[in-house]
Design a protein around this ligand. Structure first.
Ligand code: GLC
Length: 526
């Protein structure tokens, strides 16, 4: 296989409902992506990953699928998707979809049928179990809200299992028919020209066949980078089961047998790098496994550098790393890592974009978008209420994007589904006109990575790491980063390619506070 397009590539993660509304109903849509396609061309991205666009009652905004083979009417039509793929291919931009194999919506016909009787044809598509002797759930598993992962079905007198909402029943991957269904779903979209998938909850799918209790562990907490779990319960038996790897081996073989191999990028939300490595297998499973240990690391050189180095060491030869700082489930980089300080935001994106492999850019991060602060009564995410002990409301990272400085932000002619992003300067029109804007920096970074990192030989090497400095080589690039409020003097080098701050120096001999400078490794001064 020739070098895949995602190596050195930039995958733009579009939260479709918040990108641009083309028909005035307040929801961003496929038409909005087509209308503003110039934004992607201007940025120089390689691929567009769409948050779920398939049919859904939206209890989890599309992550509860009721029809895998059609487009949600609020978001457009199959014809719009075809047009988006077509426009993309004219500009060399691939379209990647979200695939949700861990669970369906409770309104999916499979589940409606499954619930109708214990003998129904799709009963075994889901995970059912009898009550314990005292009528309680069969084990101690909890779902994402901290409630029991089991809901009683009074009609058929059994519990069904769900890792997320009770309206999102988990599929039973021990059933071969579920595999066949997903082979068909994958083919349906690839036949339409989609270039691959981001696989939701890729470390889920299988559950322990004996439904054993999970171990209790007070460290099992979503931010923990060693122990996977939540609410003090380790996810040993309902996530990350060994059987899941066969699914990816199978999908990899099938997708690589096509004339254009498709990307398989997993939402591999595991705590440790060694667990993450397992999803690459012998470079025969996922092409990209999203690195949550990195995302959850503190914004400090030793912690970040350690995870990059551990990843390099743990991943199989040929594996491509992938770097993302924000997504629709966590606070944005600008707020979580950079504490809303513009210098740190620019530093953070410079680091993410210059590590070798693939780079995922969450919509709005190209404008330096910080988290918004959605008032309680305007929240739209049902998983937020009581979720994760109320740690963060996900809607704050899902604000409709600003295209201009007008009150509507140019997002929609109607009432936006969530309040438009509150920071007026973080808009596309103003930043396009400003050569020192975050948007201008992102365009430069994406061009630099495309030019210098689109090659499997681009590897990472630590050069120097201490509490306030991170210096590394990434392919031919040398990245010098200052994580402090002091100016630091460094060995001079000519012709830096870029600075994360607004002005590029001619000669690099110092780093300003919170500055990163990217130069070519071959240019140290004699
Ligand atoms: C993934 C999605 C998240 C969703 C969950 C359940 O983690 O990213 O948004 O709530 O799966 O589908």
């Amino acid at each position: 296989m020739s070098t895949p397009w995602w190596v050195g590539g930039t995958v733009y993660h579009a939260y479709v409902r918040s990108f641009r509304d083309s028909d005035g109903d307040g929801y961003g849509d496929l038409g909005g992506l087509i209308e503003r396609f110039d934004h992607f061309v201007d940025l120089g991205i390689t691929a567009l990953w769409l948050s779920p666009i398939t049919n859904s009652p939206d209890h989890d905004w599309g992550y509860d699928v009721s029809d895998y083979l059609d487009v949600h009417p609020e978001l457009g039509t199959l014809a719009d998707l075809d047009e988006l793929v077509e426009v993309g291919s004219r500009h060399g931009i691939h379209v990647v979809m979200d695939l949700i194999p861990n669970h369906t919506s409770a309104s999916h016909p499979w589940f409606v049928e499954a619930k109708s009787s214990r003998n129904s044809s799709t009963r075994d598509y889901y995970v059912w179990a009898d009550a314990a002797a005292n009528g309680s759930p069969p084990n101690n598993w909890v779902d994402d809200t901290g409630e029991p992962a089991w809901t009683w079905d009074a009609d058929s007198k059994q519990y069904y299992m769900h890792n997320f909402l009770d309206l999102q029943p988990d599929l039973n991957w021990w059933n071969p028919l579920v595999h066949t269904e997903f082979d068909r779903i994958i083919d349906f979209w690839l036949d339409r020209g989609v270039a691959g998938f981001r696989i939701d909850v890729a470390n889920g799918l299988y559950h322990d066949r004996e439904l054993r209790d999970n171990p209790l562990n007070p460290r099992a907490h979503i931010w923990d980078t060693e122990v996977q779990g939540r609410y003090g319960i380790e996810h040993v038996y309902n996530f990350n089961r060994p059987e899941v790897h066969d699914v990816y081996r199978h999908w990899r073989t099938r997708t690589e047998s096509r004339s254009t191999p498709a990307l398989l990028m997993g939402e591999t939300w595991v705590a440790r790098v060694d667990e993450l490595a397992a999803y690459y297998g012998d470079d025969d499973q996922l092409h990209l496994a999203l690195n949550f240990p990195f995302l959850f690391a503190p914004f400090e050189p030793p912690a970040l550098a350690r995870i990059v180095s551990e990843s390099v060491a743990a991943f199989p030869a040929g594996a491509v790393m992938v770097w993302a700082g924000s997504n629709h489930d966590v606070p944005r980089v600008a707020t979580r890592w950079a504490q809303n300080d513009p210098r740190r935001v620019r530093l953070a994106q410079t680091l993410l974009a210059t590590l070798p492999g693939a780079y995922v850019l969450y919509y709005g991060d190209e404008l330096g978008m910080v988290d918004s602060d959605v008032p309680d009564h305007l929240h739209r995410d049902p998983l937020t209420a009581g979720r994760l002990n109320g740690q963060w409301p996900r809607d704050n990272a899902r604000a409709p994007m600003r295209w201009d400085a007008s009150p509507s932000g140019g997002f929609s002619s109607g009432e936006p589904w969530l309040p438009v992003h509150p920071v007026v300067e973080q808009n596309v029109a103003d930043q396009l006109a400003d050569p020192t804007s975050m948007l201008a920096l992102l365009r430069t970074l994406i061009a630099v990575r495309r030019h210098h990192l689109s090659d499997l030989t681009a590897i990472y090497r630590d050069v120097h790491v201490d509490a306030s400095r991170w210096v590394y080589d990434s392919g031919p690039l040398r990245v010098n980063a200052n994580f402090s409020n002091e100016t630091v003097f460094i060995e001079p080098c000519d012709a830096p390619l870029l600075s994360s701050l607004d002005v590029r120096p001619d000669v690099l001999d110092r780093l300003r506070p919170w500055e990163a400078v990217v130069s070519l490794r071959t240019s140290p001064r004699p």
